[in-house]
Ligand binder design. Structure first.
Ligand code: VGL
Ligand code: ZN
Length: 254
């Protein structure tokens, strides 16, 4: 069976089980990193066809059912650890090289992770960090600026690469504790779209599960850095409890 059919079946099953439980359904939309640097033709980390998903995302933003619509922005200082240019040769090849990153939380520096290096992108307040103008930003209720701590990567809108969250303010990675914001609005389900499917969208959908939300990834509302690996990524998402669906699946706005 093609995997598309699988994900559709999973969505239907999940939908049926929600009805059976008569469980509350309070959906939020999270639009991830629809920024100039992730889009052709000029983005420094352009994802192929990244701009083409804007109309679908605008249709979702216009749906009345979402209790809140969040847009995230990758928002890095110039000395960010993920920028290849901030590391010495020869291990500083964008998209390729991995370096060792330490947990920035107090007393946790012994915890390390491999960090992929990227071209300079989404430097705070730069043109590359701007939301692309195609996105109807007037419908966005909350902006989340993430990746602000120079010492750590933050793909997910919920937490940095080590799971630290709520790191608002000076030295922190993010200006909003997204899980708390969503809980304040009684959100039960998050629907995730944007860029890139295999990095920030994936991490955001996975962390939504960890934070206790039902997590749905709308696959026609995303594009990947490495599209060929999407089937494998979907398996990972599915194993973690994220349901991969399409924008026209009925579950979104029942
Ligand atoms: C992203 C690589 C580096 C993303 C952000 O938005 O998926 N990818 N920073
Ligand atoms: Zn980044």
């Amino acid at each position: 069976m093609p995997s598309d059919t699988n994900s559709g079946a999973a969505a239907t099953a999940a939908d049926d089980s929600m009805r059976a439980e008569n469980r509350p359904f309070v959906p939020a939309l999270i639009v991830v990193d629809m920024q100039e640097d992730f889009c052709p033709p000029n983005g420094s980390l352009a994802v192929q066809d990244g701009r083409t998903i804007a109309p679908l995302i605008n249709d979702l933003l216009a749906k009345p059912g979402f209790v809140t619509r969040v847009a995230t922005l990758d928002w890095h200082p110039a000395d960010h650890i993920s920028f290849a240019a901030n590391h010495p040769a020869p291990n500083n090849k964008p998209f390729v090289s991995l370096i060792e990153m330490k947990n920035p939380a107090p007393g946790k520096a012994f915890e390390t992770k491999p960090q992929r290096l990227w071209p300079i992108h989404c430097t705070a307040d730069s043109h590359g960090a701007a939301l692309i103008p195609e996105i109807e930003s007037n419908r966005v209720d909350l902006l989340v600026h993430k990746g602000q701590n120079s010492q750590v990567e933050m793909y997910s809108a919920f937490a940095d690469a080590f799971g630290n969250h709520g790191l608002t303010g000076a030295g922190g990675s993010v200006d909003v504790d997204l899980a708390s914001e969503l809980r304040t609005k009684a959100v039960t389900d998050v629907f995730v779209v944007g860029l890139a499917g295999d990095y920030c969208v994936k991490s955001t959908a996975l962390d939504a599960v960890k934070a206790g939300f039902r997590s749905w990834l709308i696959e026609d509302g995303t594009k990947c850095v490495v599209p060929a690996d999407w089937d494998k990524t979907k398996e990972e998402l599915c194993a973690a409890g994220v349901v991969v669906i399409h924008a026209n699946d009925a579950v979104i706005m029942r």
